[in-house]
Unconditional design. Structure first.
Length: 137
């Protein structure tokens, strides 16, 4: 067993305890424990440049998504797309019951409400109908 016969304050290694350190140690330890148990108030978030950049990016993202959704909802269907869809989807063709429900008065009313322009009809026939198919057969 090794014993140290030197007095506690006569050490030669350079480490000495301050006077009264061990006597007041218990009191200082309990004060630190009590201080750590007290709730600490949360400070105000500092307004740094990165904070403002994050807010601006969030606002830009929300506006961009909102604008994209609005454009998608308001997108109009072109006449060509609608004609192609109706042409190739037979479920939307007129049924016989619907056709037979028309009478002469309905047809005359439609003729009066539709403005027919001969130039538009000629242009449509020349651009959209394969005339060679009908003329050669």
């Amino acid at each position: 067993m090794i014993t140290n016969h030197n007095a506690p304050n006569d050490r030669k290694d350079g480490f000495n305890l301050p006077d009264g350190y061990l006597e007041s140690f218990d009191q200082r330890l309990f004060e630190r424990i009590i201080a750590e148990k007290k709730p600490k108030s949360k400070g105000i978030i500092p307004f740094t440049p990165t904070y403002f950049i994050a807010i601006a990016a969030t606002i830009a993202l929300l506006l961009g998504v909102g604008l994209f959704i609005k454009i998608q909802l308001n997108a109009a269907i072109s006449h060509e797309d609608l004609e192609t869809y109706l042409e190739y989807n037979p479920s939307y063709t007129l049924s016989n019951e619907f056709i037979q429900a028309f009478d002469e008065a309905d047809i005359k009313e439609l003729e009066q409400s539709i403005q027919i322009n001969q130039n538009e009809i000629n242009e449509y026939v020349q651009t959209n109908i394969d005339l060679d198919y009908y003329l050669n057969d």
